[in-house]
Design a protein around this ligand. Sequence first.
Ligand code: SAM
Length: 255
Amino acid sequence: MEEITIHEFDFALINEFFTELERQGPGSPEETIRALGFIDNLSNKTKIADLGCGTGAQTMVLAQNTEATITALDLYAGSIDKLNVTAGKLGLQNRVKGIVGSMDNLPFQNDEFDLIWSEGAIANVGFEKGLNHWKGFLKKDGYVAVTYESWFTDERPAEIEKWWLDAVPEISTIGHNISIMQKTGYIPVAAFTLPENCWIDNYLIPQKARQEEFLKIHAGNKTVEDMIAFMRREADLYSKYKQYYGYVFYIGKKM
Ligand code: SAM
């Protein structure tokens, strides 16, 4: 039987599942702060766009570790509503604003931002296409910082290769992704892999209780059962093959 791919699940259903969780992808405050350490000239004039922000876990870390003004954008309105509520609770509403929009058709001015951030989201529009499109909204010498699924080795077992080619057809090695960053007009500044705790503690383990709950909420819904089975397989594959792939933070400076 053909395996179901992530693209076959309803966008709203995936987001309904994930917006109840603190993060919607692998990551951590420590790694966001580590990446932020590569960005020069941050000040209270800095303007940041956080694309594919989800409910804003990394947005709040950026806001709490800079004096910047942040526009956070996601296609899913439910996530943006949550993000704006969280910003208000943390007293950050004057500097953090969530808006609904698409990463491949940004509603911004040319040269508007000093920094474009995006964790776990650029694959939705494509690494090269996203970097190309976003560059126009960055000032000269502005930075881009993204996490993106990447191969750690030149070769890997067929089972995991197929899984990722279905999910992210463009997935490639770190070296190749750095060359794309350079080709699209950025000077590569840094690349580092996200440690396992970003996946296990912050992404896969929190999903477990939500999976049980979601199956109850949607009892008898075959699509939901398939989606949860897909997520459980993603977790199994990670523990089996994590030496071959992961998220990598890529940081570049617009030429
Ligand atoms: N950055 C968040 C985090 O790390 O917790 C969310 C990452 S989640 C894996 C990917 C996010 O990208 C989702 O919130 C999804 O709604 C958003 N997304 C998918 N396609 C998008 C698009 N075309 N434009 C904007 N956001 C999009």
